[in-house]
Design a protein around this ligand. Structure first.
Ligand code: SAH
Length: 370
């Protein structure tokens, strides 16, 4: 994004090299990187009517086409101008897996060759999309494939929200995306500005039009950013990845915890609930013998007692490169019943896409290591 340039300058700078020669397609700007106003302004520079902006955005956001050429109610000349000046999408789909349970996972290549993933999960009454916010992750959680190679860069707003659109375009005409979870690769609150801009697009009337309450942001727990999100005036759901009931264990599992600590995270989450009224979800990835013992469940219940919270127990997805393993089923059930007995509401997350490298960041990791 180069927001300080006028659109016409931008078009010239991005589509033409210093000597006026065309740069390769990868240098062109994705069309939805332009705001509605910027698109109108660009149309003006092309001697095209401003009302075309609405038509173009409708094709891009609601209808399921994959090229400018398919925008059949636009004049042929405009379709050509669009194709010359913009990329239809900020990425190319380089991997597409469909699991037996109809979970779909895409591997996307960005203009600079970097890779990210997004996933579509199907339930009888929902279609949930899981999106990424960074290339890699700096948090270093020991059980997670996304952070094994560190963080390369932040995604831009269009690179974040377009993941939803790419999956939307793959769905049948009568299928709709009902929920978005920001639980893919990266720490969303470490890319706060781009996250907020992309969520604004997803919720805007002239954007994707999804209710804020249908969006969940999952964080490792960055207290200042949790507070900023609370103050932003939106009704997004917040999920906090806890994974341990005390700081000694949490710092081993989630290294960034060393400089933060559970007390600060819970205080910020409490504030989030007070301000937004949205119940907080606490995610807890169970790893055999590490954090799945009855005493961990007891300690977690004590920690969350009296809070309006919901615990999502997630049996760890195996990652080839890692030694930690999934918990035994009876241990998961015992953990759940201890929480329930102690009055903490909890559920065990159903596994989706078990046969397609389901764990976060696995597809990308496999490509990067191959
Ligand atoms: N950085 C954010 C969002 C990305 S991770 C966060 O920490 O919440 C989204 C969720 O997937 C987190 O709860 C994370 O702990 C979980 N996750 C990552 N790797 C996993 C694995 N191998 N098995 C199960 N859950 C995993």
């Amino acid at each position: 994004m180069q927001p300080d340039l006028s659109v016409s300058e931008l078009v010239i700078r991005t589509s033409l090299g210093p000597d006026g020669a065309k740069l390769p397609d990868t240098r062109l700007r994705a069309i939805l990187d332009l705001s509605p106003d910027e698109l109108v302004e660009w149309l003006r520079t092309q001697d095209q009517a401003p009302f075309r902006a609405k038509q173009i955005r409708r094709w891009l956001i609601e209808r399921r086409v994959t090229s400018f050429d398919q925008m059949t109610d636009l004049p042929a000349a405009l379709r050509q101008q669009l194709a010359e000046h913009f990329r239809f999408s900020p990425f190319e789909v380089v991997g597409h897996q469909i699991a037996k349970d109809q979970t779909e996972k895409l591997l996307l290549r960005l203009h600079d060759g970097e890779l990210v993933e997004c996933v579509l999960m199907r339930d009888p009454d929902r279609r949930t999309v899981c999106i990424s916010t960074q290339v890699g992750c700096a948090m270093g959680c020991v059980f997670c494939a996304s952070g094994l190679l560190g963080v390369k860069r932040n995604l831009s707003p269009v690179e974040i929200f377009e993941q939803v659109l790419v999956l939307h375009r793959l769905m049948k005409d009568d299928e709709r995306i009902t929920n978005v979870v920001v639980m893919g690769i990266g720490e969303p609150l470490a890319n706060y500005r781009a996250l907020m801009e992309s969520l604004t697009f997803l919720t805007a009337e002239d954007g994707f039009g999804l209710g804020a309450r249908r969006i969940t942001v999952s964080t490792v727990g960055l207290p200042d950013k949790i507070r900023e999100l609370a103050q932003s005036g939106h009704q997004y759901n917040l999920a906090v990845s806890l994974h341990a009931p005390n700081d000694t264990l949490r710092t081993k599992i989630v290294p960034i915890n060393r400089s933060i600590g559970l007390k600060e995270i819970l205080a910020a989450a409490d504030e989030y609930f007070e301000i937004t009224g949205r119940r907080i979800s606490y995610e807890y990835v169970l790893m055999s013998g590490i954090n799945d013992r009855p005493e961990h469940a007891e300690e977690l219940a004590t920690l969350l007692r009296g809070r309006n919270a919901h615990v999502n127990l997630i049996p760890m997805n195996g990652v080839n490169e890692l030694v930690m393993t999934a918990p035994r089923d009876p241990d998961t059930q015992q953990f759940l019943s201890i929480l329930e007995r102690r009055g903490v509401t909890a559920t065990v997350r159903k596994r989706k896409g078990a046969d397609i490298d389901a764990a976060c960041g696995q597809l990308r990791l496999n490509r990067e290591l191959s």
